[in-house]
Design a protein around this ligand. Structure first.
Ligand SMILES: [Zn+2]
Length: 464
């Protein structure tokens, strides 16, 4: 058996691992490389393997850094099945089409820029289009959690819950290899204990070969206190001042986590009569996907759901898709909560809400996620004023708040708890999906448990 690492090796994004045996070839994930100077070239470069030689693709979850090169794999000739859970397929549909749209827009801008300078634009094409994204969706094959599925002539695969985002799976593979059956487990991205909607990562048996993520392999998150309580206080104070709470949020995952907490506050009677708007077509679509898969919720959320209480439905919640409705929110002076995308305020309807509220001392801008350096979100968060939105300057007079600790990734202790749950060291462990410091730190800790650990570099192959 040979394992090669084609992304998320000593880095976080671009998850893509190839397993070859005498029986065939399995590709685990096919993610987009995000951030960093080289990502543009690397996403456009040919794969380090022949796409048409891959027999089966297994997708751990829908995030673009795990799924975002699938349209390119199809363009390179792959026509076989892509196994994923039902929720992953529904979320991948939203995220991949959006990704295609972004690449189309990027190409349009690049052409405009070059044309202005009188330069040749004939070589500029989108990385892939929305049509390319839709085409690859036809290759998805739905797999239930916790059931072994046969892979024709290759072996079998089982998905168990990873708790990272809706539908996210830990992948267990049994692949035929000569006279042997090789047991490979891929952690995918592991979730956190104590998320409001999603379960903790399932424990699995120790495999022969483990591929394990290490995003937070070098750090524990601080105890953040009660995030629902923090949210309550911010909303209550803003409403008492007669302002609006504007929350920039990623459409998939974070928005639903915030909604579930607002749901608790409204249904316990602590927040009354405060309209909550989700103003982002993508977030509304993702929220509908969450509502369709109650089986993927945590035990507590499932119990509530069974007793008739859907965790993402409460009085006062309005899901906004139409532009006119979005504009109507801006026109109203009623105190409210507005959740909108993009999460870092770099695009989308959030910019309109910021233009309306950022100079209003009664209102609050509440950050609930990571803000990359240089993004509008980070500039506002850092206390800069005035800030430029859509070409105009705005004084920042609104209250600026943040609630941290909503990450969907297990921290160092969470990763080690999950590893210890294997009940023994695998023969080989490969630490992937982490910056070099994080991956090396986790590898060092696992070696203290006598584990045989490698932090692979991109392009490396191992014969096992
Ligand atoms: Zn992820």
């Amino acid at each position: 058996m040979k394992i090669s690492f084609h992304g998320a090796a000593s880095e976080v994004t671009g998850s893509c691992h190839l397993i070859e045996t005498t029986a065939g070839t399995v590709l685990l994930d096919c993610g987009l490389i995000q951030g960093g100077k080289e990502s543009h070239e690397r996403n456009r470069a040919p794969f380090g393997f022949a796409a048409e030689d891959v027999d089966v693709v297994v997708l751990s979850h829908a995030h673009i850094d795990h799924s975002g090169r699938l349209p390119l794999l199809r363009k390179a000739g792959y026509r076989g099945p892509i196994y994923a859970t039902a929720a992953t397929i529904d979320l991948a549909r939203i995220l991949l089409v959006d990704s295609g749209h972004i690449h189309e827009e990027d190409a349009r801008w690049a052409i405009k820029r070059l044309a202005k300078k009188g330069k040749d634009t004939s070589g500029i094409t989108p990385l892939y289009t929305q049509a390319d994204a839709l085409a690859v969706l036809d290759q998805f094959v739905e797999v239930d959690f916790n059931h072994w599925v046969r892979l024709d002539g290759l072996g079998r695969v089982r998905f168990v819950t990873a708790g990272h985002i809706l539908g996210a799976a830990i992948v267990e593979l049994e692949v035929e290899d000569g006279d042997n059956c090789r047991h490979v487990t891929f952690s995918g991205d592991l979730g956190v204990e104590g998320a409001r909607l999603l379960p903790r990562p399932s424990s699995v048996e120790s495999p022969e070969v483990l591929l394990m993520e290490s995003t937070y392999g070098d750090r524990d998150r601080d105890e953040e206190g009660d995030r629902t309580e923090a949210l309550y206080k911010i909303v209550r104070d803003t409403v008492e001042r007669g302002g609006k709470v504007v929350i920039p949020s990623f459409a998939v995952g974070r928005t639903q986590e915030i909604l579930a907490r607002l749901n608790d506050l409204v249904e316990s009677g602590r927040l009354r009569g405060v309209p909550v708007f989700v103003d982002s077509p993508m977030a509304v679509e993702a929220t509908a996907v969450f509502a369709r898969f109650p089986d993927a919720y945590s035990k507590e959320a499932r119990r509530k759901y069974c007793s008739g209480d859907a965790p993402l439905e409460f009085p006062g919640l309005r899901l906004v898709t139409k532009v006119e409705e979005s504009k109507a929110i801006n026109g109203s002076r009623v105190p409210s909560v507005i959740i909108s995308a993009s999460g870092m305020c770099t695009a989308g309807r959030i910019k309109h809400h910021l233009k309306n509220e950022i100079s209003n001392p009664r209102s609050t801008v509440l950050f609930v996620g990571y803000q990359a350096r240089g993004s509008l979100g980070q500039l506002i968060q850092s206390g800069l004023s005035p800030v430029r939105i859509h070409g105009d300057w705005f004084e920042v007079r609104a209250h600026i708040e943040q609630i941290t600790g909503f990450s969907a990734h297990a921290d160092r202790s969470g990763l080690l708890d999950w590893y210890d749950g294997l009940g023994g060291n695998p023969a080989h462990t490969f630490v992937v999906h982490g910056d070099p410091e994080a991956a090396t730190a986790l590898a060092t800790t696992l070696r203290q448990r006598d584990a045989n650990v490698v932090v692979p570099q991109r392009g490396e192959s191992y014969d096992l």
